[in-house]
Each structure stands twice: as structure tokens, then as C-alpha cells.
Design a protein around this ligand. Structure first.
Ligand SMILES: C[S@@+](CC[C@H](N)C(=O)[O-])C[C@H]1O[C@@H](n2cnc3c(N)ncnc32)[C@H](O)[C@@H]1O
Length: 334
């Protein structure tokens, strides 16, 4: 694509610099920490999570199978208390429900209304939580649209190392990340603005926009995802076991080359996850499975037709798994 000369005004350069600044992992972490406590005071978020049947069913089944009578359970980020209450109903002796947001007051009211007495609430950040006995189980739902972007590795790793018994469980404990070449539904696909030709008007000059290369523009979260089909066999690019992961080990280089198995148009790479409690019970944000409350990110590429015989190559550098804005990817089709 031929681009016309970019504007070189001061405001254009300042905007481009601003986009680069916002993509820095430290800036992302700071903004996330500031937003998180307030963000989850909003009923809107809890409303969607409580209504997510695929999510709730998986936790209920997993607790029925893995939480034993007399267990000491710690719930990291209890929100409305729903997971703590399900674990309490599964027979736990006590559930310590940690929550740094004011929503914990509402969770306490739900517990009172339902006569649930074996949940103890702790209004604090999990890193300051202490327990004078060891826990049998840590439960959590610290999962973002891009899997790690709610700080699950750092928060669970910290709590695990300080309060979990040797041989204790983390539910869910296995997290898998998928980055899959995908075709979107016609009419809802995502060509770049500079590829547009509308009634003979050519928009290629938009390729010089200050945010054309920014993460914010190239990464779009859909809710729901306009899924047509995957173009290759799906396979996780990363698997994390929360029982063993080192909380400081959050940079990754990921590469693959995958044969195209289905003819179609590549619109981008679809990012989703699977969170597993064991080999049978899990939930996933895959667009092929039961709908969930998670959004599905798309890493956009310039759309092009592909067919069996082609392959898709991905080179991904994640400077910080918890900060998708810091991820850089190259996709080539050949
Ligand atoms: C995704 S919501 C899940 C809420 C609830 N567990 C559920 O499944 O519906 C995550 C919750 O964890 C809280 N949270 C996130 N990080 C936390 C931390 N490190 N310590 C305490 N609370 C935290 C947030 O305020 C939010 O209410």
C-alpha cells in the first residue's frame, strides 16, 4: 500500500508519542491498578458475570468435585461473593473471601440474607491478606479478555506462596491461551480504515493517522465476536499451571507456523482462553463454545484470502503477559 506523506505537525507527533507511552507495560499496570478497584464496584460487571451460565456451571461442578468437607478455602477477589458461596455450599469449613472493592459490603448482605455463616469477608488487597492456618484450596476468577490481564499470575502466585498448603489446590489451576487465525462474518469484519474505497473515494491517507500502528487500534475486543470460522487447527500457544508458575516470569516469545486447513479470508488472530479445574471441567471464551461474558480480542491484519497449501506464521513478543498493550506481533501468510 502506498502511503502519502504523513502530516508533521506538532500535535500529530505528540499524539503518536502518547500512543507509544500508553502501550508501555508499567503504564498499563499502573492504570489497571487504579481502575480495577473502582471498576468492579460497578453492578454492570457483576451483572454480566452472575448471568454467565457457562462460567457458573463450571465453578459449581468443580467445587462439588474438589472442595471437601472441612476444607479451608480462600477466594481471591470475591466480588458479589458468588464463588465463595458456592464453595461454602460444597462443604468448606470456612471460606475467606478477599475483596478490595466496596462491593464486598453487598456480598456480606447477600451472605446475611441467605444465612451463610461460614464465609468470612476481608476488605483488603490480597497481597496484605494473612492467615494463621494454611488453606486447602484457593479459588479465583481473575481472568481478563486476554486471560492474564487481571493480574492472575502475580496475585495468585503471591497468595499461593504465602497461604496454600503443600499439595493444596488452585481452582481453576490450568490456563491456556489461544491465538487463532480467523475469518469474521461478512459485513462485520474489520478491514483497516485506509483500505476503504467508498463510492470511488480512496481512504489510503488514513494510514498516516497517529494511532495507525498503536495497539489500541490494531487490537479490537468484540462482544459478541462475529465468528465465521477458524482457518487452522486450534492449539494453545501457552499453558500456565498456577500451582508452579513463577509470578516474576511474565515475559514470553511465542512463534508458530501453521498450515491453513480451511479456505477463507484471514481477518486477524482471535485471542481466547481455556481455564481448567481438571481434565474434564473447564470453561472457555472460544467463539465455538457456550457464550460467556468475556469479550474476544482480535489482532487485526490486512484481510486476504488463504487456502490449504498456505501457512500462517506468528511471531509474538509479550514483554508482560499481564499487559496486552505491551504485546507486539507479526503475522505473515505464505
Ligand atoms: C472478575 S471479578 C470476579 C468476582 C467474583 N469472584 C465472581 O466470580 O463473580 C474480580 C474481583 O476481584 C477483585 N480483585 C481483583 N484483584 C484483587 C486483589 N488483588 N485483591 C482483592 N480483590 C481483588 C475485583 O475488585 C473484582 O471484584
Amino acid at each position: 500500500l502506498r502511503r502519502s506523506k504523513p502530516p508533521s505537525t506538532l500535535s500529530h507527533r505528540a499524539l503518536a508519542l502518547g500512543h507509544r507511552f500508553a502501550d508501555h507495560p508499567r503504564v498499563h499496570r499502573l492504570l489497571y491498578a487504579l481502575r480495577n478497584r473502582r471498576g468492579f464496584t460497578d453492578l454492570y460487571q457483576h451483572d454480566r458475570m452472575l448471568a454467565d451460565e457457562a462460567r457458573i456451571d463450571a465453578y459449581r461442578d468443580a467445587f462439588a468435585r474438589h472442595v471437601k468437607a472441612d476444607d479451608v478455602v480462600v477466594d481471591l477477589g470475591t466480588g458479589t461473593g458468588v464463588l465463595a458461596f458456592l464453595a461454602a455450599r460444597s462443604g468448606a469449613r470456612v471460606v475467606h473471601a478477599i475483596e478490595h472493592g466496596v462491593v464486598v459490603e453487598l456480598a456480606e448482605a447477600v451472605a446475611r440474607d441467605n444465612g451463610i455463616e461460614n464465609v468470612e469477608f476481608h476488605r483488603m488487597h490480597s497481597t496484605t491478606f494473612e492467615l494463621d492456618e494454611k488453606a486447602d484450596v484457593i479459588i479465583h476468577e481473575q481472568i481478563g479478555d486476554a486471560l492474564f490481564d487481571e493480574g492472575v499470575i502475580a496475585n495468585i502466585g503471591d497468595l499461593r506462596d504465602r497461604v496454600l498448603k503443600p499439595g493444596g489446590l488452585i481452582l481453576p489451576g490450568r490456563l491456556e491461551l489461544f491465538v487463532e487465525p480467523v475469518q469474521l462474518l461478512d459485513g462485520l469484519n474489520a478491514p483497516f480504515a485506509w483500505q476503504q474505497q467508498i463510492e470511488g473515494i480512496d481512504f489510503r491517507a488514513l494510514a498516516n493517522a497517529p494511532d495507525a500502528e498503536s495497539h489500541g487500534y490494531r487490537y479490537r475486543v468484540f462482544r459478541p465476536f462475529p465468528f465465521q470460522q477458524f482457518l487452522c487447527e486450534t492449539e494453545p500457544v501457552l499453558e500456565i499451571d498456577l500451582l508452579t508458575v513463577d509470578p516474576a516470569d511474565t515475559a514470553r516469545l511465542i512463534s508458530y507456523e501453521r498450515p491453513v486447513t480451511v479456505p477463507g479470508r484471514i481477518d486477524g488472530l482471535c485471542v481466547y482462553f481455556r481455564a481448567s479445574f481438571d481434565d474434564e471441567i473447564s470453561f472457555s471464551s472460544s467463539p465455538e463454545e457456550r457464550p460467556t461474558n468475556w469479550g474476544t480480542p482480535l489482532w487485526r491484519v490486512e484481510p486476504r484470502d488463504v487456502a490449504p497449501g498456505d501457512s500462517v506464521r506468528l511471531d509474538l513478543e509479550a514483554r508482560d503477559l499481564a499487559s496486552p498493550r505491551s504485546w507486539r506481533w507479526q503475522v505473515s501468510v505464505g
